[in-house]
Write a protein that binds this ligand. Sequence first.
Ligand code: AMP
Length: 287
Amino acid sequence: MELLTDAQALTRWSRARRASGGGIGFVPTMGALHAGHIALIHAARQQCAHVVASIFVNPTQFGPNEDFSRYPRTLEADQAMLTAAGCDALYLPEVREIYPEGFQTRIQLPEISAGLCGAVRPGHFDGVALVVTILLNRVQPDVAFFGLKDYQQFLLIERLVTDLAMPLRVVGVPTVRESDGLAMSSRNRYLNPEERQRAGALYRALLAARDLRRAGEGSPELLEGVAREVLHAAGIERVEYVAVRAARTLLKVATVTDDEDPVMLLAVRLGSARLIDNMVLSREDGA
Ligand code: AMP
């Protein structure tokens, strides 16, 4: 795997790969890699001749009291995992390369950023939209891969790419889970063993809502209620939100109908970690 430590090296790599033919697949990450990230590399490997990942812990998407400075940094292990997964190149920019002196551009998607994680983390999605735009401009991929685990982020990026007419395809990759259903996340490292055990309740809460939906329940409040009960029973008290929304727009729905699948999204605090998860509550096979 080639290490690309600055923009010039990345541009050279990108140009040479494009000239050699075959599409470029791009997987942006913040590092501390796990099997969820590797599923994105595998998806890129399947669909593209050339695969480049990036690791950049983006300061503009962290709030002042969030975990930017303690975010796990495990570069050596990350490189080994990417190499084993068949990633061709890794872009590792410095903060000053992404945000050089004089930088002042802002990007906002006010509607999709308004609720859920956007409401709890003001400015977070502005930072995501900004860094993703810069990275996409630098890499110029044909396809970019993002996890559906960060569901609101995925919809935001789809919208951003459409609105700014960026010439690439965005692919969403299903959430990779631990054996008890906990969505893999770099932030799971913050959990102590007892918290880690309780964290399985997030997935069980989503399954309980999905089962109730499959039994024909159409009330968002009742679906949210059953999920909250599961979290409560596991002693998870700091629930930021449990919400049933229209899966394509994230708008509130008065009643769930068969016309559009709803998605349940949740966010909790457990110990010093903030955990999110989601599931499309379709009537048939679910997610
Ligand atoms: P992060 O390093 O947390 O910024 O994540 C980088 C990419 O990996 C994002 O597109 C995430 O949605 C995706 N991702 C993170 N965790 C998972 C997971 N458990 N399953 C699938 N994709 C994931």
